[in-house]
Design a protein around this ligand. Structure first.
Ligand code: PLP
Length: 402
């Protein structure tokens, strides 16, 4: 008898399952709207020019392959914090941001979860939006936190349930941790407005909640890295201490390189050093130290003014292409096909994803009849749409809802 004969088969990952069904479908019209990775106008993965040029510089510099320190490449973490908090951030100028490189956004969230489970004095409960990125839930549970939900999405308006959100945060126990998507909420594509963020900040202050920002899409939502950092910077300006997860997967297209950062704002440099020492104690037994290559790429882009400029243009290019697809899809559904239903949310939502409002049955019909693959909650990756397939997609949605 094998040691593992009693191990039950786990459910397949819902998103990777979609990619497999897509690969098995040989119809030329097939479209994969499941995976959250950018595709160019030809439906192909996109390596940014800024990344290619940074790699050329790195190759020319003939760097060695020595280990990085436990918290990663110092130039990179410093530049990552500058990108998120802004060049003039008060805690940054006071040397009071504790930051470590991480295995992309997922690893940053995991380090954050572990740090809070071990050192946050007021609660072991984290409130996440309903719905949220599916991985948040097992990730925080495995970090040692209890996961609860606050209302976020209103099915009726296909928009933000702001009253529900406020009520749930007001009713959360004092001191609880609250996970906030900094921009481009996944999976809904619905973000609070700036004035709503201000109200959320007030509730977080009143209830002494601890804000943990997940910023996986800085620049990818609006096209501007400053605009997308509004919530993070506003909370810091209001005197909140925050935790922050950053990912360079989407905004630099570095998905498989696994480049990210986790940071905490602290009271002063002395406290920051103590927190840093504990971040090292969390990271060391998990993976010793982070990978080198992607951090060099991101750091080269962030520290070279010309590459930085080129990168900013390319981030904006990706965001703009998605925004154009939203506009086009809205025009097709609302005007050309006069598809039953209200479709303005397609336009008002932001970032990689759109919650279409399609139900499970309609999603299944799209897969079976039209070879169009998306998650069964009706979420589509806007980046999977382009000039060649968007009409077919809209036509198929039209058929599915009639
Ligand atoms: N957080 C959110 C909300 C995401 O959508 C993602 C990726 O889809 C991540 C974090 C982490 O991604 P990665 O680990 O690839 O940086």
């Amino acid at each position: 008898l094998s040691m593992w004969s009693a191990v039950p088969a786990g459910p397949p990952d819902p998103i990777l399952g979609i990619s497999e069904a897509f690969k098995a479908d040989k119809d030329p019209r097939r479209i994969n709207l499941g995976v959250g990775a950018y595709r160019d106008e030809n439906g192909k993965p996109y390596v940014l020019n800024a990344v290619k040029k940074a790699e050329e510089k790195i190759t020319a510099a003939k760097l060695d392959k020595e280990y990085l320190p436990i918290t990663g490449l110092a130039g990179f973490t410093n530049n990552a914090a500058k990108l998120a908090y802004g060049a003039n951030s008060v805690p940054r100028n006071q040397n009071a941001i504790a930051v470590t490189q991480s295995i992309s956004g997922t690893g940053a969230l995991r380090i954050g979860g572990a740090f809070l489970a071990r050192h946050y004095p007021h609660s072991k409960t984290i409130y996440v939006p309903s719905p949220t990125w599916g991985n948040h839930i097992p990730l925080f549970k495995d970090s040692g936190l209890e996961v609860k939900f606050y209302r976020y999405f209103d099915k009726k308006t296909v928009g933000l349930d702001f009253e529900g959100l406020k009520e749930d945060l007001k009713n959360a126990p004092e001191g609880a941790i609250v996970l906030l998507h900094a921009c481009a909420h996944n999976p809904t594509g619905v973000d609070p407005t700036q004035s709503q963020w201000k109200e959320i900040s007030n509730i977080v202050a009143e209830k002494k909640l601890f804000p943990f920002f997940d910023m996986a899409y800085q620049g990818f939502a609006s096209g501007s890295t400053d605009y997308d950092a509004f919530a993070v910077r506003y909370f810091v300006s209001q005197g909140h201490q925050i935790a922050l997860s950053q990912s360079f997967a989407k905004n630099m297209g570095l998905y498989g390189e696994r480049v990210g950062a986790f940071s905490l704002t602290t009271a002063d440099e002395e406290e920051r050093k103590r927190v840093d020492s504990q971040l090292k104690i969390i990271v060391r037994p998990m993976y010793s130290n982070p990978p080198l290559h992607g951090a060099h790429i991101a750091n080269t882009i962030l520290s070279d003014p010309e590459l930085y400029k080129e990168w900013e243009g390319e981030v904006k290019g990706m965001a703009d292409r998605i925004i154009n697809m939203r506009e086009r899809l809205y025009q097709l559904l609302n005007k050309e096909f006069q598809t039953p239903g209200e479709w303005s949310h397609v336009k008002s939502q932001i970032g990689m994803f759109s919650f279409t409002g399609l139900n499970t049955e309609q999603c299944k019909a799209l897969a079976e009849k039209a070879h169009i693959y998306m998650t069964m909650d009706g979420r589509i990756s806007m980046a999977g749409l382009n000039g060649s397939n968007i009409e077919y997609f809209a036509q198929s949605v039209d058929a599915a809802v009639r």
